[in-house]
Design a protein around this ligand. Structure first.
Ligand SMILES: Nc1ncnc2c1ncn2[C@@H]1O[C@H](COP(=O)(O)OP(=O)(O)OP(=O)(O)O)[C@@H](O)[C@H]1O
Ligand SMILES: [Mg+2]
Ligand SMILES: [Zn+2]
Length: 518
């Protein structure tokens, strides 16, 4: 006997067997019960989440010989034939094969014919977004006023590519990605049914790899079973699926957060040696940083409920190590790397791209909150005026001051970049000229940029770069309007200089809002 793959063997035969799409199946059943069945449906959703399955179930429920019901009987000829995709009155059409308008016109001519053996003539058009504009138009005429014995069921993974005129004539149902927990439950059930002993960790790995698609989960499980590994553990399954070790993702993140560049390079070499795909690893890292950010911002582990306990534990510790702003920057840098890796015309070795991106993360200095930068700027000024820097620290010599001014300028720039990239690009053309008691002077050589930056709106915008006090208490009181709101004030001044190329300088002055009277 030939082996039938799980995904085909396990296709749900009843609405209540469809996993994770109750919001759709219940509504459909209610409509059937109330006798209010629309004439056109659109099932939208990612791949392998039950669109075709639900379309066939609806067709069965409408054409079952035992009467229109909330569940098909699955025994009558109609139900069986629909299940096998060979019912005369239920036409399953692939949108990709009907891109030519002639084919669609031909199909629409059959609409006038009465069904042969059933109540309804049902057209299931899969991947409907693939139809050409002309085909859509040919379909539209019929869709507007179909005869009462006709039902249309469309399915698509790309609803935004379906013409709005078609969309507006359908009842739309969005099927969702299936949650990790639910996938895992299903896989456990299937493994039990198949009589194979796979560890929970191994099944969790399969579930994670499936990315919300139950069909993919079933196919991957098939792949594992085909390898003949009864009682396979996570490591074996990982090898079969070619998935990266989660521990490696956590380790790279850990070393990047800790600024250990050498360890990062070693991790990535191990990754390379295992033959993992750099782009996929980059996506895993993106996912990981997303989780860290969620933890950092909300502190709510429940939001990562689907992660194994040990992993959630490790993530919580990592999230504590950097500010949310830093994590956002990590994410953005990885996203840039991912774009490069995904570019079709890429010529650079993907491993190099990944390595450079991770090294960038490992060497990224922590971003200071604006108010902290302002505080330090103020301290810098106060320090040289009265030798009164932060308590305990000696007054800094001038060169050190310029140096730290440079760092502060970089940090200020980074902050501006967070807020407004266009502004940042203009400002980044500037050079630090000097840092003294109350200001940092920046020279901008390029005439056009200088003009751009000196526009009053720009200066005003710079002044409005918001400060987020870092301590929770102050944040809360600021939100209530009670705390002091600090702003950076940027003053630009013309500075004529014969020898220097820098002819225009800006002083970035740190003042508190109260002091500047704002
Ligand atoms: N929600 C679900 N509940 C139960 N099984 C499902 C579900 N989604 C997918 N499956 C399994 O995956 C198989 C394929 O599902 P189906 O053909 O309905 O997916 P689809 O959404 O139409 O995918 P595609 O976008 O690739 O056409 C089914 O036979 C079934 O085994
Ligand atoms: Mg389908
Ligand atoms: Zn039936």
């Amino acid at each position: 006997m030939t082996y039938q793959v799980l995904a085909r063997r396990l296709r749900p035969q009843r609405f209540d067997e469809v996993v994770g799409q109750e919001h759709v199946t219940r509504t459909l059943q209610a409509a059937i019960a109330a006798g209010r069945v629309a004439h056109a449906f659109l099932f939208a959703g990612p791949r392998g989440v039950g669109k075709t399955t639900t379309a066939r179930l609806l067709a069965k429920a409408l054409n079952c010989e035992r009467g229109v019901g909330q569940e098909p009987c699955n025994e009558c000829t109609n139900c069986r034939e629909i299940g096998e995709g060979r019912a005369f009155d239920v036409l399953e059409i692939d949108g990709a094969s009907h891109t030519q308008v002639d084919k669609m016109r031909d199909l629409m001519e059959t609409v006038a014919h009465q069904p042969i053996r059933s109540r309804f003539k049902i057209y299931i058009i899969d991947e409907v977004h693939m139809l050409s504009q002309h085909s859509f138009n040919a379909l539209l005429k019929t869709l507007e006023e179909p005869p009462p014995h006709v039902k249309f069921i469309f399915a698509t993974t790309d609803p935004h590519k379906v013409l709005p005129t078609v969309l507006s004539r359908c009842q739309r149902y969005d099927l969702r990605r299936i949650g990790l927990g639910e996938l895992l439950e299903q896989l456990k059930k299937i493994a039990r049914g198949e009589g194979v002993g796979l560890s929970d960790d191994a099944l969790a790995l399969v579930a994670r790899e499936a990315e919300g698609s139950l069909r993919d989960a079933q196919s991957l499980l098939d792949q594992v079973l085909a390898a003949g590994e009864a009682a396979a553990d996570e490591a074996t399954v990982r090898e079969i699926l070619g998935a990266a070790d989660r521990r490696l993702v956590i380790a790279v993140a850990d070393h990047a957060l800790g600024g250990d560049a050498a360890a990062c390079v070693r991790d990535l070499a191990a990754l390379h040696a295992h033959g993992y795909d750099p782009q996929r690893f980059c996506r895993d890292l993106l996912d990981h940083v997303r989780n860290l950010t969620v933890l950092r911002v909300t502190g709510d582990r429940q939001l990562l409920a689907e992660l194994p306990e040990a992993e959630a534990e490790a993530l919580t510790a990592q999230a504590e190590r950097r500010s949310a702003d830093d994590l956002h920057r990590f994410f953005r840098l990885l996203l840039e790397a991912d774009e490069v890796l995904a570019a079709p015309a890429r010529t650079v070795d993907p491993q190099l791209v990944l390595e450079m991106a991770v090294l960038r993360l490992a060497t990224l200095p922590p971003l200071l909150p604006v108010d902290e930068i302002l505080r330090r700027l103020e301290a810098l000024g106060a320090g040289s005026a009265g030798g009164n820097v932060a308590a305990g620290s000696p007054a800094a010599p001038k060169s050190v001051k310029v140096q730290s001014g440079e760092r502060l300028w970089e940090q200020f720039l980074a902050r501006v970049r967070e807020e407004k990239v266009s502004l940042y690009l203009a400002l980044a053309g500037g050079k630090l000229v000097s840092a003294d008691e109350t200001s940092i002077r920046i020279g901008i050589e390029n005439e056009a940029l200088r003009r751009d930056v000196s526009r009053p709106e720009t200066v005003a915008r710079l002044g409005a770069v918001p400060c987020r006090p870092s301590k929770r208490g102050t944040r809360r009181s600021a939100a209530r309007g009670a705390g002091p709101r600090k702003r950076s004030r940027i003053r630009w001044c013309r500075r004529r200089s014969r020898s220097s190329a820098v002819r225009y300088a800006a002083s970035v002055t740190a003042t508190s809002a109260e002091r500047s009277g704002r």
